[in-house]
Design a protein around this ligand. Sequence first.
Ligand code: ADP
Ligand code: ZN
Length: 744
Amino acid sequence: MAPSDQYSQDLFAKDDPFVKGAEKTRVKVLLPLPLAGTYDYGVPDGMDLTPGDFVKVPLGPRKLIGVVWGYAEESDVAASKLKDIDSVLHIGRLPEANRKFVDWMAAYCLAAPGAVLRMAMSVPAVFEPQKPKYLLTAKEGEISIKMTAARQRVLNVVREFPPMSSADIAREAGVSASVVKGLMAADALDAIMIPVGGLWPEPHPDSTGFKLSEAQKNAADHICEEVKKHKFAVSLLDGVTGSGKTEVYFEAIAETLRQNKQVLILLPEIALSAQWLSRFEARFGVRPGEWHSDVGGSKKRDCWQAIAAGRLKVVVGARSALHLPFADLGLIIVDEEHEASFKQEDGVIYHARDMAIVRGQITNCPVVLASATPSMETTINVSQGRFDHLVLPERHGQAVLPEVTLIDLLKDKPGRQQWISPPLADAVKETLDKGEQVLLFLNRRGYAPLTLCNTCGHRLQCPNCTAWLVEHRFSNRLECHHCGYQAPMPTECPECNDQHSFRACGPGVERLAEEVSNLLPDARVEVVTSDTLYGPVAASAFVDRVTSHETNVIIGTQIVAKGYHFPDLTLVGVIDADLGLSGGDLRASERCFQLLHQVAGRAGRSDRPGRVMIQTSNVKEPVMAALANGDRDGFMAAEAEQREAAEMPPYGRLAALIISGPDPDMVNAVSKRLAQSAPFGEGIIVLGPTPAPLAVLRGKHRRRMLLKVSKNISVQKLLKPWLNAQKIPSSVRVQVDIDPYSFF
Ligand code: ADP
Ligand code: ZN
């Protein structure tokens, strides 16, 4: 359920931190620790504090940095026990919108506010003292110094170039650093201080975009109007892959820049691709600020500070960018809004798309969700009139949507120990003969999902998890895809000691690559998974290899399903379309549709028409028929009907509890007590506890409970007293997952 229909809930009315008229001699400080609430501190004489200030405070023997959250009441802590604030950091404030957002998120996710604040303070470098940085430039007027040839070269350089760092000047002039230093000391150069956060050239809103089609223009105009109003509104930008959604929201970014406001674009982690960044740069003349796990600490510090100062206008990032301290945020875009990776599954569990909407609401700015396969939550919000619906019905220019056919694996059987059916094999060959490219999609890393001993039947299992170990033949290792455990591939069976008795069961991408190479020895095959595409540099090298045809068969997992635009890729083959349907997850069909539609969208994106072949043993499944007929709306309507009948999200609310710990007996005991005290009543169903499908993960035993309630009941209001009434031993962890997306 998108929280947009939940704002009306009074989630944090009681502890509104801003107590009006209270004494200002003590304040509440929130620390970035998983603590339940704020701590009170005294304000030393002469210290002037405002909510949002970053302050250093004593906590036990430590000094920590926290945020002034509000003024405190006299009665909360005895004056004699109150410790004083140590100092104020002069690095700007955490804006009110961010503080409200932290409180809202903590209340919605049932997380400690400090744990949420920690996400907003994730870069320690921001809070460390910084040396001021300077650029040097020529001094106006006459200078009287002893002139040397080296000094003259430096002066020539500074007169000719814009202000530069002393290191750059020395390099440009071909002199040692001491020459520049000497000139500084002789007062022959002017120093310009660089503001904290560094210099970020402004993007140019008015450099040329494309001439938009009518549908594109209508959509762009609508969002631009919203941007000008400076008001909260959510629009779904709904268009098939390649219809120009990115071009449309680029127009909205341009309008926001003209309004002199800031823009946040959330992309699913894997889509933070080189291709997207270079398109942005081509349109706006500069690179945006980037905020994701591959960006280093000092870059992040600069980004954080320039955003706080309002000097960095556009940031593209992953989930955690929602917590950046924007000075004047005017637009939020969530691209590929249906992506499951927007759900953060550890620490504070939250859905970044839903939280982006909340952020827009609190900030009072428009939010744009873009997708070719919108999520059920968003689809329902559109149909109920909460979100605007902007449709781009066709691909841009000559490109047409690929033709999709189903291959019935029960009829067109691949050979023994093979996974490519004869019709798909023929199509691959045809495509390569025409000089075009192929993508074979299989969502399984490694060589084979299961390895067993031919002699005794022993299966290789992870020592820390209820999971098989996956053989990775490229690296000759075994790997657990849940905890990351790795071991060399053994030569003998640990059970019966037989030598070289292992047999691979089922296909992974590496095994598929082997099959293609046997089938077509001339094919230039490349396997692409998170193992090979681990960062932006690797990703752009991959793009280059495909663009130059150094690679003509891509064999990949979901990492290649999205975002990439390869004009000569005309055939997509889905090896096992049924993979995503197993497991009984409530969103399995929806996700299967989204993923395969997305993969299919890689075919025929330019003037050569594309085709998609989907191998399945379930040709009668509605999701397969919908893929073949391109009937997204019919499929979603049927799905919605089923969800409504079962009161499943978004027609009902779910919250999951995951109870885990090293000792199974303690975990069971806590689970049992939770079950005994579970809330009950009309419209409330509590399921479990049951062992989680991954009953052991990273050595922790896991039980799950599921709370399912009618739409008009607040899960937070049920969960809070229920969980608070339990004394939970420190070795057992109870995680709350509101609106769960994964059920393992
Ligand atoms: P989407 O985001 O919907 O997948 P894109 O914005 O990536 O679509 O557009 C697909 C391709 O078509 C891109 O190469 C884009 O530059 C091009 N394109 C889209 N709209 C136009 C237009 N109006 N004029 C020229 N090229 C366009
Ligand atoms: Zn494991």
